[in-house]
Design a protein around this ligand. Structure first.
Ligand code: FES
Ligand SMILES: [Fe+2]
Length: 454
């Protein structure tokens, strides 16, 4: 409370104070207590398949290099020169055995260990002291290819942190041959709003029919003489009467499972795909080649009707992986990674390229035609919250309504699709984190140089 912030008076069960989204001190604290204090998603293993591959990422505001070093260890190095602090790597991705700082040329092995400085006779010290190595995130762990990091030694192991959300994540992966996917390239978008606005929306089934009205219409534009049930038509009228649900896991993770609202027998998912340029050609090709088996293969090109949200920055929806990245109190980047099937055992009978081409079409749809609606809402919330004397933001839909919230067989809360239970529960997790004071630590003591210099 030295900072004058009492989170018990800012976050209640039914509402939160607008300062949560507009206060610079709160944002600064989040960058440590959350982005640093919990397991935060950094990158996917398919982005660094070989030794010496790297991608740049961020842990909150800290620039990070996620690298598979020359000995094959996955590390998350601080992209910050030990000398005077400049970033040592200025590319998004690449292959490098070492990084040389562009400012004065200090260089580092991709293990983080310092490898040399220009004109060393100008220094009296011994550079084998680990204090000159790049800092790195001490705890880096991956679950089925998704790499996370934390600076908090007291965090439980990653799998424990993920808890119940592992189940939908496993199901999402296991529908593909070999249970793996690789990341393609991405749609990158930025909005002028606080990062939490995106997380708040990630299981929100209340806004869809209003905010995405034009997308829902477009998905059904070419339907003639059939039921208009393409795309997200299950959100039409009152979604609470439809058979899908929102589920809340531990640690702020949640899940919108829309599968019960659609026909998931072979070909069912493909049948409700909206129109995408070029889809007819690939569909024909796959049907010609596979006959009866084509339906279930085409389903792999269709958006899986789920939203899997892993606090604080990872979202899986349709066939996408969406990652959010705070830039400042009122600016956030969001990156939508496309995913491709790797069919090592030819389970798709020579059709993997066609399916992946179709996936690219289906994956272009939502970021282009849906996400822009959401980002506009986030920017307009940020604008609306400028009046500081109008204090409260409400999230009480469903609260106190008898028999509305239930528990599943594992004890997780389940509500109807438009319920704000996921938001209320996440805000309580958020409150506890913001009241905590985790000790954040870094690592520098790299034993191995990573590649043989003898
Ligand atoms: S800041 Fe990197 S070498 Fe000087
Ligand atoms: Fe939306």
């Amino acid at each position: 409370m030295k900072d004058g912030l009492d989170y018990d008076t800012l976050i209640y069960e039914d509402r939160v104070h607008q300062r949560i989204y507009t206060d610079e001190t709160i944002f600064r604290q989040e960058m440590n207590k959350i982005f640093g204090g919990v397991w935060v998603y950094l990158a996917h293993e398919s982005q660094i398949p070989d030794n010496d591959n790297f991608v740049t990422s961020k842990l909150g505001l800290r620039p990070i290099i996620v690298v598979r070093d020359s000995l094959g260890h996955i590390r998350a190095l601080y992209n910050r020169c030990t000398h005077r602090g400049a970033t040592v790597c200025r590319l998004n991705k690449g292959k490098a055995k070492s990084f040389a700082c562009p400012y004065h040329g200090w260089s580092y092995f991709n293990s983080g260990k310092i490898s040399g400085v220009p004109w060393p006779d100008g220094y009296a010290n011994d550079f084998s002291d680990p204090k000159y190595n790049l800092a790195q995130i001490p705890r880096v762990s991956s679950y089925r290819g998704f790499i996370f990091g934390t600076l908090n030694p007291k965090m439980p192991p990653l799998e424990e942190y993920l808890g119940g959300v592992k189940k939908p994540l496993d199901q999402w992966l296991d529908r593909h041959p070999g249970g793996i996917l690789s990341f393609c390239d991405a749609n990158r978008l930025k909005f002028n709003g606080n990062w939490k606005l995106l997380y708040d929306n990630s299981a929100d089934g209340y806004h869809v029919v209003f905010s995405h009205r034009s997308l829902l219409a477009m998905e059904n534009r070419l339907v003639q003489g059939e039921e208009e049930d393409k795309g997200m038509a299950y959100y039409k009228t009152n979604p609470d009467n439809a058979p899908f649900y929102v589920k809340v896991f531990e640690n702020g993770h949640h899940y919108k499972d829309k599968r019960p609202a659609v026909d998931t027998s072979p070909g069912g998912l493909w049948r409700i795909e909206g129109p995408h340029p070029g889809m007819e050609h690939y569909e024909e090709l796959i049907r010609e080649k596979l006959g009866d088996h084509a339906n279930s293969v085409l389903d792999l090109a269709s958006s899986e009707p789920v939203n899997i949200n892993i606090f604080p920055n990872l979202h899986i929806l349709g066939n996408h992986v969406q990652v959010s990245q705070p830039i400042s109190l009122t600016e956030t980047d969001t990156t939508w990674w496309g995913t491709a099937i790797i069919d090592e055992n030819d389970e798709l009978h020579g059709c993997v390229d066609a399916v992946n081409a179709l996936r690219m079409r289906t994956q272009e749809s939502f970021p282009n035609f849906g996400e822009v609606d959401d980002l506009m809402n986030f920017e307009q919330i940020q604008a609306g919250l400028a009046g500081v004397e109008d204090e409260w933001v409400y999230m009480h839909r469903g609260l106190g309504v008898p028999d509305r919230i239930k528990r599943d067989e594992d004890g997780y809360l389940i509500g109807p699709p438009t319920d704000e239970i996921f938001l209320r529960e996440t805000m309580q997790i958020y409150k506890n984190l913001m009241k905590s004071n985790p000790d954040l630590v870094i690592e520098r003591d790299v034993k191995e140089a990573a590649f043989d210099t003898t």
